[in-house]
Design a binder for this molecule. Structure first.
Ligand code: 13P
Ligand code: SF4
Length: 347
C-alpha cells in the first residue's frame, strides 16, 4: 500500500507542557484519568493542546475509529465511531481538511466520499490484513467464475476492490446489505469469518474469500471459556470478524459500535470485549460502573497513529490520500449504495 510513497517522518518540535496547557486540557484529563496514568499526561496534553489549536486554524476535522487510543479518541477527535459511522459522517463533513485517525482503507473511503476535500492520514503504513488479502484482479476473476452473482464487499478493502463491487457493507450492516439484494447467492469479500457469520443469519448462499483480520483471528473459543470460568457472571461481546467457534461462545456478536451500544443499553456489571485493546479503554471511560476484563490484542496498523503523527500531519499536510478519479467514482457508488439503504437495523 505504501510502496513508492515517502516514509512517514516527524518534525522534531516537541510541544511544551506548561500551566496554560495544563489548564486547557484539565477537563479532558478528568475524563480519561481511569485509563491514562497521571505520569503520562503532560506528554499527551502538550500534543493535544497543539493539535486542537492547529485544527481550528486549518479548519480541519479529526475523525477517529473506536480502536484509537484514549488520548486521540478523547483528546483531539471531533467524530468517533465504527467504520459505518465514519463513512456516513465523512459524507456530511464541511471542514476543508479531514484527518483520519484509523487505517488507510478508511481514509480512502473518506476521500471517495469527499473528493474536493483534503484527506490526511498521519501514517501511510497503517494498513489492514483484510484489505491486503484481495486485489481488484481477484474480484474480476471471481466474477468470471460466477457470472451474474453480485459482489458484496466489506469496507475493509482498497478503493480498487470497492470499485469492482456492487455494494459495500460493514460489520454492523452486513446481513441487511446481503438481504437487500434479494438474490439467492452473493460473492462476499474478503472476510471469511464475517461471511460465515452472515451466512448463519441469512438464507442467501455465500461464496467466500479467505481473508482474515490478524487481530480477531487470534482469539480462541478456549480463551472465552476461560473468561467465563475465571470471572463469574461475565458477559462476552465479540466482534463479528472473530472465528465461528469464538462467536459461538459469545453472548453478543456485532460491530464495534454494536458492542458499545450493548454496554450502554444493558449495563452489564462485568464484561469482556473480544476485539482490539483500545476499545475497552474508550468504553470504560463512558461507563465507569461497568467492570471491564481487558484481553489485549493490539492492531499494529491502528497503533501507528499517534498524537505526534497527528500534529505532524496538520503541520505538514502529509499524507494526503489520493484515489484515481475513475476508481473513486466506481468505489463511491458501491459505498453510497450501502449508505442509501434505509431501515437498516444496526447489529
Ligand atoms: P467496525 O468498527 O466497523 O466494527 O470494524 C472493526 C475493524 O476492525 C475496523 O478495522
Ligand atoms: Fe484490519 Fe483487523 Fe486492524 Fe481492523 S483490527 S484494521 S480489520 S487488521
Amino acid at each position: 500500500m505504501s510502496e513508492g510513497r515517502p516514509e512517514t517522518s516527524l518534525s522534531s518540535d516537541v510541544p511544551e507542557f506548561n500551566s496554560a496547557v495544563a489548564q486547557s486540557t484539565a477537563s479532558i484529563y478528568e475524563r480519561v484519568r481511569g485509563v491514562i496514568p497521571e505520569i503520562e499526561w503532560p506528554v499527551h496534553a502538550a500534543y493535544i493542546a497543539a493539535i486542537n489549536k492547529l485544527k481550528v486554524e486549518r479548519n480541519a476535522l479529526i475523525m477517529a475509529h473506536n480502536y484509537q487510543t484514549p488520548e486521540i479518541y478523547y483528546g483531539v477527535a471531533d467524530l468517533t465511531g465504527d467504520s459505518l459511522a465514519l463513512a456516513r459522517d465523512a459524507a456530511k463533513a464541511d471542514a476543508d481538511i479531514i484527518v483520519l485517525c484509523g487505517v488507510y482503507f478508511m481514509a480512502e473511503t473518506v476521500k471517495m466520499l469527499n473528493r474536493s476535500k483534503t484527506v490526511l492520514i498521519p501514517d501511510l503504513e497503517a494498513g489492514c490484513s483484510l484489505a491486503s488479502s484481495i486485489t481488484a484482479e481477484d474480484v474480476r476473476l471471481l466474477r468470471k467464475r460466477h457470472p451474474g452473482v453480485p459482489v458484496v464487499t466489506y469496507v475493509n478493502t482498497s478503493a480498487a476492490v470497492k470499485a469492482e463491487s456492487d455494494i459495500c457493507c460493514t460489520s454492523s450492516n452486513a446481513v441487511e446489505v446481503v438481504e437487500s439484494l434479494g438474490v439467492d447467492e452473493v460473492i462476499f469479500l474478503p472476510d471469511e469469518y464475517l461471511g460465515k457469520y452472515v451466512a448463519s443469519n441469512t438464507r442467501t448462499r455465500m461464496i467466500l474469500w479467505n481473508g482474515h483480520c490478524e487481530v480477531h483471528e487470534r482469539f480462541t473459543a478456549e480463551d472465552l471459556r476461560a473468561y467465563r470460568k475465571s470471572y463469574g457472571g461475565i458477559v462476552i461481546l465479540a466482534h463479528a470478524e472473530c472465528p465461528p467457534d469464538v462467536l459461538a461462545e459469545a453472548d453478543f456478536v456485532g460491530s464495534t459500535s454494536g458492542m458499545i451500544r450493548y454496554v450502554a443499553d444493558q449495563r452489564p456489571s462485568r464484561v469482556v470485549m473480544i476485539t482490539e485493546c483500545s476499545m475497552s479503554d474508550n468504553v470504560a471511560v463512558e461507563f465507569p460502573e461497568v467492570e471491564f476484563i481487558r484481553p489485549c490484542n493490539l492492531c499494529p496498523h491502528m497503533k501507528r497513529i499517534t498524537l505526534p503523527k497527528v500534529l505532524h500531519s496538520l503541520q505538514s499536510m502529509e499524507y494526503a490520500v489520493e484515489v484515481d478519479p475513475q476508481i473513486a467514482e466506481r468505489g463511491r457508488q458501491a459505498v453510497q449504495r450501502m449508505l442509501d439503504l434505509r431501515k437498516r437495523k444496526a447489529r
